[in-house]
Design a protein around this ligand. Sequence first.
Ligand SMILES: Nc1ncnc2c1ncn2[C@@H]1O[C@H](COP(=O)(O)OP(=O)(O)OP(=O)(O)O)[C@@H](O)[C@H]1O
Ligand SMILES: [Mg+2]
Length: 216
Amino acid sequence: MKVVIENLSKRFEEKVILENANATFASGEISCILGPSGGGKSTLLNLIAGLLKPDEGKIYFDKEDVTGWPPAKRHLGYVFQEAALFDHLKVKDNIALALEIRKLSKPERQQKVEEAAGLLHISDLLELPAGKLSGGQKQRVAIARALIIKPSLLLLDEPLAALDQDLKTALADDLSHLLHYLNITTLWVSHDLDQAARIAKHLYQLKQGTITNIDN
Ligand SMILES: Nc1ncnc2c1ncn2[C@@H]1O[C@H](COP(=O)(O)OP(=O)(O)OP(=O)(O)O)[C@@H](O)[C@H]1O
Ligand SMILES: [Mg+2]
C-alpha cells in the first residue's frame, strides 16, 4: 500500500510544522525520514496515524482518502519514539495488547503472539516480565506488538535510538530484512543518515515544513 500526502499543513499555534508538504511513500518499501530535532518528524507520523488532524491537505492510502478516518480504522502498526511496554506484564501480554480490542479466542490470540514473536526472534522471552528485558529485547517486543495485526503500514519513530551502536546496526539490518520479507510499507524516522542509507530504499528530509526526496 502506498502512502500519499498531498498539500499537508500543520501548525501548532504560531509554529509551522508542515506547509503544503507533498510526498509519496512507495508500497512495500522502507522509506526513511530524516531531519533536524523539532522539525516535525513525529508530528508527520501522528498525522498519518490519525492521532492528529491536519489543518489542510489530504492523506491517501493507495487511492483511499483516509484524512478523516479514526486511528483504529487505519490498521497500521506504530512503534513510538518512547517505546512504552508495561514492565509488570509478561512479554506475551505486552504483544497481545494490540489485539485486545479485537475479539479473538484464547488459542487464536496465542497463535498470533507466537507468530509475531517468532519473526522477531523473541519466542523464548514470552513468559518473562517486560521489565526484565534489555533495551534491544524491548524494542523487538514493541515491534512484534506493532506487527501482530498484520498492518499494511508500519510507522517506526527512531525505534533504535536508545541502543548502543553495535546493537543498533545489528537490529537495523535484521529488521530491514524482515520488513522486506513481509513486504510492509514502512516509514522509519531516523537521525542517522548512514543507517538510513543502508536500510532504506528511499530517503526523505523533513525541514522547514517541507518534505524533500533525497535519494541518490
Ligand atoms: N502537541 C503539540 N503542541 C504544541 N507543539 C507541539 C506539539 N507536538 C509537537 N510540538 C512542537 O512541534 C515541533 C515538532 O515536533 P516533533 O516532535 O514532530 O519533531 P521531531 O522532528 O519528531 O523532533 P525529534 O527529532 O526531537 O523527535 C516541536 O517544536 C515541538 O515542540
Ligand atoms: Mg520525534
